[in-house]
Write a protein that binds this ligand. Structure first.
Ligand code: S3P
Length: 432
């Protein structure tokens, strides 16, 4: 159902919130649980539309997945236990579902076809088709445009050493998952380390994954095929990409003090915290803990006057999904912010260089798009405006927060798209 949301300038957001589970970790818990032996029990699973697409796909592949007492139980059938789906696997809006599942399907003895929504079916899949094909997979783009729908037919997989041009956890994970079905070791080298949830969690399931980072920043993950994976109990931390909106709300709205509970702060994801600190943010870390190799903390965020900064280089993959929110922070800050080395923004749910620029301009910001990012001259204030989310959940959320600190009223079109990663986003705003 189409929805429009209006946010208005507010004052003094105060309270304590708990952020829904991490999207990347939730996807992986279902995927790895499905190909493990025995039951995987997931606490804190994110029931956003993207992760429900992953559940839907694995149910179509014969896996029993149910919810009991708030936990998701995946009855894994082992590495070779998936069965042929009767129809096309629907991956919805989810790049993670599409790319990671392709790595698993490349190793199966049956044919499958994957397809998603209009946005997903325009996103680049050549980046996984190329390495998977060189492993021996038979993966083709049905429309011959390197996009989904993808057809994956049985193939015999060989271990490869792959050097990826992009730092992408989705590419890395697809190759490592195919590596489970290969005849020898598979390794992926990326220019800088992307999120490492696959490496951490696959090891927890009993796979042999090693990781190393060179002094120049290049990072390599390797996997040796194993006989079996074993079902696990997984506790999913709160998603820092979702926490980002409330970190920003706390920093931008005068008089605010927000305690955000149980946020995943894995260093391959936590770049937003470093950038906020560089901009002058007052954020304290409380109750640090760790589960399954994933560190967490409660974050206490207080209203802070912000200054411009540069966001570039190896930090980019650790905050790539947070750039729309960082751009809004930069517009409210004093001085110039330069975001570069972030050309990957162009191939997200929308081209986020374009969608951020268009919407920030509508709010009166001084922003210049570049080929790999944007330059923002912070003016300290924005005006309410009509925002076009283009059905991109992160645009809808970043600009809803902008509306809480902007003059007048901000109207977010198609705001229901927040369901992709944060179905209770607007309720959480109201709770503050
Ligand atoms: C994700 C990896 C990132 C990120 C996406 C989730 C993952 O994409 O933008 O939202 O779970 O592996 P890339 O790997 O394409 O950078």
């Amino acid at each position: 159902m189409k929805q429009t949301t209006i946010t208005k300038r507010t004052h003094g957001l105060k309270g304590e919130i708990t952020i829904p589970g991490d999207k990347s970790i939730s996807h992986r818990s279902v995927m790895f649980g499905a190909i493990a032996n025995g039951i995987t029990e997931v606490t804190g699973f994110l029931k956003g539309a993207d992760c429900l697409s992953t559940i839907g796909c694995f149910r179509s592949l014969g896996i029993d997945i149910r919810e009991e007492s708030g936990k998701i139980l995946i009855h894994g059938k082992g590495l070779h236990g998936l069965s042929a789906p009767s129809g096309t696997l629907d991956t919805g809006n989810s790049g993670t579902t599409t790319r990671l599942i392709s790595g698993i399907l490349a190793g199966q003895p049956f044919t499958s076809v994957l397809s998603g929504d209009a946005s997903l079916n325009t996103r680049p899949m050549g980046r996984i088709m190329e390495p998977l094909s060189s492993m021996g997979a038979h993966i083709t783009s049905v429309g011959e445009n390197n996009c989904a729908p993808l057809k994956i037919e049985p193939g015999t997989l060989h271990g490869i050493q792959y050097h990826s041009k992009v730092a992408s956890a989705q590419v890395k994970s697809a190759i490592l998952l195919a590596g489970l079905y290969a005849d020898g070791e598979t390794s992926v080298t990326e220019p800088v380390l992307s999120r490492n949830h696959t490496e951490l969690m696959l090891n927890g399931f009993g796979a042999a994954v090693t990781a190393r980072t060179e002094t120049d920043g290049r990072a390599t993950a390797s996997i040796t095929p194993c006989e079996d994976l074993y079902g696990q109990k997984i506790t999913v931390p709160g998603d820092i990409s979702s926490a980002a909106y409330f970190i920003a709300a706390g920093l931008l709205v005068p008089g605010s003090e927000i305690l955000i509970r149980n946020v995943g702060i894995n260093p391959t994801r936590a770049g937003i915290l470093k950038v906020c600190e560089d901009m002058g943010a007052d954020i304290s870390y409380l109750n640090r803990e760790s589960a399954g190799g994933e560190p967490t903390a409660d974050l206490l965020v207080k209203y802070s006057p912000l200054k411009g900064t540069e966001v570039s280089g190896s930090i980019i993959p650790t905050l790539i999904d947070e750039i729309p929110m960082i751009a809004v922070l930069a517009a409210f800050a004093g001085g110039k912010t330069v975001i570069k080395d972030a050309a990957e923004l162009k191939v997200k749910e929308t081209n986020r260089i374009d969608t951020v620029t268009e919407n920030l301009k509508a709010m009166g910001a001084k922003i210049t798009p570049t080929d790999d990012g944007m330059i923002i001259e912070g003016t300290g204030s924005l005006n309410g405006a009509q925002i076009n989310s283009y059905l991109d959940h992160r645009i809808a959320m970043a600009f809803s927060i902008a509306g809480l600190a902007a003059e007048g009223e901000t109207v977010i079109g198609n705001s229901q798209c927040v369901d992709v990663s944060y179905p209770t986003f607007f309720e959480t705003i109201h709770s503050l």
